[in-house]
Design a protein around this ligand. Structure first.
Ligand code: ADP
Length: 460
């Protein structure tokens, strides 16, 4: 449950909502209680001023009879919830209070210092009060007029607000939770849809693609990425399928030759010379088979990333001369002139055996696809950190449409001729892999009938 994205999203969303609501409630409560108090303060101040004015008038009318003037002024100021009290030199003359429990003497003493301002009177009544005081001097009397109001109504208003908030907060949060859960469910629905579609895709229908309609952009990105992954998988599956089919096909030919030869040899008694001939043919085909299996194994290992290069420093020019020497016999047998121009010392860091294999493959091809009397040349050029290994021939050449495919596995321009020459169409695929595994590249330029040049670019 905790691992469910829907649950986590809703929990985060709820937590955030709860925080916002609590902050909002605290803010609302604070602002409201302050506003209520300041409105009460204003009312009390104006009441105290009015009462003081009345008292002054009454003193004039009553010829300085302070108790009567005070009683008169207080009786004229009957305001609901506000108590008016008049003191003369600290002594209570009149008050509109019905509850006599208030300690007027200390109240008067307390407010005396804060005349003309409003102060809190916590000891008044059950909830405390606010009191506005007004001082005035009439005919040698020192009057103090107080307007006092209990905080009770404000406290009960705020209690109502608190009740509403206590009730509303969980309710709003519950609704927000349900809404959030529903929303995340809706937002993540295309994911379920995608998962259901992805589950139906197997190796047999890798060309199918996810379709999530007009889902949100973010999910669309996911679907597009997934579809691109499917395309890549489809492509490599297709390559693998073709590779397996081609490999089986290639393996079948020598195997059927071996089997046919053995069947014929064993069909009746034969002379030792006939057995020898049959065995020689079988040996030839077995050699071919071994080479094919080695090549296949190497390419399969390279695909799986299991080939670890045995990197070391060596002289590339020496390696090229060695390779030329080893194919010299083949060139001679075909009356092909082999030139090798690589006298300058060129050091290179890489897998010597693999590079040797690459050069031999290129030289071998050049000799095999060049008619008798032709010329094959190998050269090595250096341009700063770049090395260019070039194998050219004056042979058959490759048509432009075929040149783009010659590095593909099992691709042969002329299948019959290549097989006759002992090729499987894997030589150049191996050349390409060796060049690329050394962070290099191989390219071909060719003119049908005039010859081809294979250039391997490597970096020191
Ligand atoms: P193969 O074992 O058939 O030679 P490769 O992978 O070495 O396989 O070469 C692929 C194809 O490229 C060959 O079948 C051949 O048609 C063509 N090719 C390779 N090298 C040359 C070359 N030097 N001249 C003409 N064609 C070539």
């Amino acid at each position: 449950m905790i691992r469910s994205l829907r649950f986590r999203l809703t929990a985060w969303y709820l937590g955030f909502c709860a925080l916002l609501l609590v902050l909002f409630s605290v803010f609302l409560y604070g602002v409201l209680s302050r506003a209520l108090e300041s409105r009460l303060d204003q009312t009390l101040t104006s009441d105290a001023v009015t009462a003081a004015g009345l008292l002054e008038d009454e003193m004039g009318e009553m010829n300085g009879d302070a108790p009567r003037a005070a009683a008169e002024a207080v009786s004229e100021m009957q305001i609901r919830g506000v108590v008016i009290a008049v003191f003369d030199s600290g002594k209570l003359l009149a008050s509109s209070a019905t509850d006599e429990s208030a300690d007027w003497t200390s109240l008067a003493a307390g407010t005396a210092a804060a005349t003309d301002s409003v102060r809190a009177v916590p000891e008044y009544g059950r909830y405390g009060a606010r009191a506005a005081a007004r001082r005035l001097r009439v005919r040698s009397h020192e009057f103090l007029v107080l307007a006092v109001a209990s905080l009770g109504p404000i406290v009960s208003d705020l209690r109502v607000l608190r009740g509403v908030l206590y009730l509303a907060l969980p309710l709003v949060l519950a609704l927000a939770g349900i809404g959030g859960f529903w929303l995340t469910r809706r937002a993540l629905m295309p994911l379920n849809y995608m998962a259901a579609q992805a589950r139906t895709i197997t190796s047999s229908n890798l060309h199918d693609r996810l379709n999530i309609g007009d889902a949100a952009e973010e999910l669309n990105v996911l679907a597009v990425s997934f579809n691109e992954l499917l395309s890549r998988l489809d492509q490599s599956f297709e390559t693998m399928r073709r590779f397996v089919a081609d490999a089986s096909h290639e393996l079948r030919t020598p195997l059927s030759i071996i089997r046919g030869e053995a069947d014929v040899a064993l069909s009746r008694d034969r002379s030792p010379a006939e057995y020898q001939e049959a065995l020689a043919l079988i040996q030839d085909e077995t050699r071919r088979l071994t080479r094919l299996v080695d090549d296949l194994l190497n390419l399969a290992r390279a695909d799986a990333g299991h080939v670890r290069l045995q990197v070391q420093d060596f002289y590339l020019n020496d390696l090229l001369s060695d390779c030329c020497r080893s194919v010299q016999a083949l060139a001679l047998a075909r009356t092909i002139t082999l030139e090798c121009s690589c006298s300058e010392d060129v050091t290179f860091r890489g897998d010597e055996e693999l590079v040797r294999r690459m050069v031999i493959n290129l030289l071998d091809n050049a000799i095999r696809y060049t008619p008798a009397g032709g010329r094959v040349s190998a050269s090595l050029e250096t341009q700063r950190s770049e090395l260019r290994l070039r194998i050219s021939d004056t042979g058959l050449g490759i048509a432009p449409e075929a040149a783009t495919h010659v590095f593909e596995r099992f691709y042969r321009v002329d299948k019959a001729r290549s097989r006759q020459e002992g090729g499987f169409g894997l030589g150049l695929a191996i050349v390409k892999w060796v060049a690329e595994s050394h962070h290099g590249a191989v390219e071909v330029t060719s003119q049908p009938g005039a010859g081809s040049t294979f250039t391997v670019v490597l970096h020191r």
